[in-house]
Design a protein around this ligand. Structure first.
Ligand code: ADP
Ligand code: MG
Ligand code: ZN
Length: 478
């Protein structure tokens, strides 16, 4: 028997144009091109705080239901490592931007201990017998989100991170498509209960053995965190004594290896950063950030559930903020269900296939409205709507201008869909030719109806919507 406790430290690269303490670009670029005296840590240089980074960290604080500290400061965390040319990292220790928040995952509330700002160290690229350093990453603003050890399983840690990613995307603070934009340290401890029979006392006794906390550093992505923690659970079950230590996750071998044994807490020797002032935010500033916070996915979901759309489709819309924005625009002019289906089924399927996001491809709301119009007028079937969307995504991939839906139909030499009158003609024909099936239907055999629809579909060459055919058929039969 065992009890698992997991706490996460999540580092998120913030979406700013420039770095946290200098004006260097945060773009990736050729290694060591976006650097200056400040982010290379030359002696005598002084940091200048990026206002935008504070705003983004505040947004995270509000989104995670935290208490915001109007007054906070920065500290130096001292350690010696090649990724850190100053020999200290500017971070927040005593008073973070925000603290004491929470995030609901399924039906459980996970407490957020703190959200603070810090600078990213340089990127280390390990080769066989040497390392390479890219200082482009040095000084990129990070928000570190620290949870309390409230998570109870590797799977729950994964769900937590997926929820967190979703929220971060909806409030536009980070670009999770960039590799390494979210990196996690996962802490885990296991308490084992040993039940033994004690004859002298005439009963079972329970020995409770508390394991030490193990930290697995620098894991990228929710799925990898789950794998690393699952491995760690197995490893700890199979050893007698668990030492307090820091381990590293190896994605290739799918194992954790010991990096260093922690005898006690590391001594980082935090001191106040003397080159930055204590920050004091005005009420006005806080109100502005708070009132401009985009609607969170949870609240969107509640609203969308009111339109009678399946939860599965709504969850698909909620995988990308743009899908929900488009949905709301489409609902202004078209039926909610049709709007949701075209986005969550047809478009999303094509995007997934190419591993793209809606915001990348340049398809506009107006394009989707035209497709919905065509569907509504029975000029195309659902299948054809999907084909049109596929073509439009291909336009983006081929770096061509996105074609109008009607143009796509012309280019595909798509025979003009059948006019209502033609469909009616086929319906009557099929009724005349299938007297037996018609009788069966009148006797209450629903299957006969499907058979008739199939016959009509064949005659129309699939150029008419099955639902519409059914309507017309029933009209003639009933
Ligand atoms: P610090 O490293 O600042 O001293 P902690 O080690 O207490 O602080 O916390 C760092 C992370 O470890 C947090 O995410 C916290 O939730 C987690 N943590 C703390 N105690 C435990 C524990 N017993 N088991 C698993 N995780 C823990
Ligand atoms: Mg720590
Ligand atoms: Zn710089």
């Amino acid at each position: 028997m065992q009890e698992i406790k997991i706490g996460l430290e999540v580092h998120v690269q913030l979406n700013t144009e420039s770095k946290l303490f200098c004006s260097c670009s945060t773009k990736r670029g050729e290694p060591n091109t976006n650097v200056c005296d400040i982010c290379l840590g030359f002696p005598g240089t002084k940091p200048v705080l990026n206002e935008k980074a504070i705003e983004l960290a505040l947004k995270i604080g509000y989104a995670l239901d935290c208490k915001i500290n109007r007054k906070f400061l920065f500290s130096r965390k001292t350690y010696f490592y090649p990724d850190l040319p100053k020999n200290f990292q500017i971070t927040q220790f005593e008073i973070p931007v925000a603290h004491k928040g929470k995030l609901k995952v399924r039906d459980r509330e996970i407490r957020i201990r703190r959200v603070h700002l810090e600078e990213d160290p340089a990127k280390i690229i390990r080769e066989d017998d040497y390392i390479l350093l890219d200082y482009n990453r040095s000084g990129i603003p990070l928000a570190e989100i620290v949870t309390e050890p409230d998570l109870k399983s590797p799977a729950e840690a994964r769900s937590f991170l997926q929820r967190l990613e979703q929220i971060l995307e909806f409030i536009y603070v980070t670009d999770l498509n960039k590799e390494g934009s979210m990196r996690v340290d996962a802490n885990i401890s296991m308490t084992r209960y040993k039940i033994e029979y004690n004859y002298s006392k005439g009963g079972g006794i329970t020995e409770r053995k508390k394991g030490d906390q193990v930290e697995i550093k620098n894991i990228s992505g929710a799925k990898e965190v789950e794998k690393a923690l699952s491995y760690e659970v197995l490893r700890q079950k199979n050893i007698k004594e668990v030492k307090r230590e820091t381990r590293l996750w190896n994605e290739k071998t799918k194992t954790t290896v010991s990096a260093r044994v922690k005898e006690e807490e590391e001594e980082y020797g935090y001191i106040f950063e003397p080159d930055l002032p204590v920050i004091e935010l005005s009420e006005e500033k806080l109100n502005k950030v708070c009132s401009n916070l985009p609607e969170l996915p949870e609240s969107k979901k509640k609203r969308f559930l009111k339109y009678k759309i399946s939860e599965e489709i709504i969850d698909t819309l909620l995988t990308e903020p743009e899908l929900t924005h488009y949905f709301e625009y489409l609902c202004e002019t078209h039926n909610e269900k049709a709007s949701a289906v075209i986005l969550a089924k047809y478009l999303k399927k094509t995007l997934n296939y190419h591993n793209l996001k809606l915001r990348d491809v340049g398809i506009e709301v107006r394009h989707l409205r035209r497709i919905l119009d065509l569907l509504q007028q029975y000029l195309i079937t659902d299948d054809v709507a999907e084909i049109i969307l596929r073509e439009m995504v291909n336009d983006y991939i081929n770096r061509e201008e996105i074609r109008e839906p009607k143009q796509v139909l012309r280019d595909l030499d798509y025979e003009k869909p059948l006019e209502e009158e033609k469909i009616r003609k086929f319906v009557r024909e099929v009724i005349r030719e299938n007297t037996k099936a018609v009788k069966d239907y009148h006797r209450g055999e629903e299957k006969a109806l499907d058979y008739l629809i199939g016959q009509i579909m064949r005659k129309t060459g699939r150029r008419a919507d099955a639902k519409r055919i059914k309507e017309l058929l029933k009209f003639e039969l009933d």
